[in-house]
Design a protein around this ligand. Structure first.
Ligand code: FEO
Length: 170
């Protein structure tokens, strides 16, 4: 049983995850358009992961017998700067999502909602991983990305990323 405040907050998080998906889908389209197919692959997988994050919350709300309320998804940008700037934007966005997850955890603690606290632990861990991944790519881009060869190498590396669903029973 979820309290109304928690249902509203979780529905708000679905919207943020859907926006994240939309943002990375737009980044994927952009990088594909400018010929960086490896980057496009990385952002496309990011888009798929964000859709799963949204569905994870969607399933949890329903499982708890509450109502899912979908809201309008904000339009993402369609033009981006350099690959380094794109990953800096990605990291900033993920920090914003991390803050939002932390706020949800705070609310769950305040409401003595133990089930939601446990549910949110997966997201807490996931956010650490997401920020670490972004930081790693930013470091690589800073080291080598300015030269054509370095960017080509990173592009090839990002092309190897494979989507693994996290929704299957762990
Ligand atoms: Fe679902 Fe990238 O946070």
């Amino acid at each position: 049983m979820l309290c109304d405040k928690m249902v509203d907050a979780l529905n708000g998080q679905i919207n943020k995850e859907m926006y994240s998906a939309y943002l990375y889908m737009s980044m994927s389209a952009y990088t594909e358009f400018i010929g960086l197919k490896g980057f496009a692959n990385w952002f496309y997988i990011q888009y798929q992961e964000e859709m799963e994050h949204a569905m994870r919350i969607y399933n949890y709300i329903l499982e708890q017998g509450s109502q899912v309320k979908l809201m309008a998804i904000k339009e993402p940008p369609t033009e981006f700067g350099s690959p380094l700037e794109m990953f800096e934007q990605t990291l900033e966005h993920e920090k914003y999502v991390t803050q939002s997850i932390n706020d949800l955890v705070e609310l769950a603690i305040e409401q003595k909602d133990h089930a939601t606290q446990i549910f949110l632990q997966w997201f807490v861990t996931e956010q650490v991983e997401e920020e670490a991944n972004d930081n790693e790519i930013i470091d690589k881009l800073k080291l080598t990305g300015k030269e054509g060869g370095g960017l080509f190498m990173i592009n090839r590396e990002l092309a190897a990323r494979v989507f693994k669903s996290s929704l299957k029973k762990e």
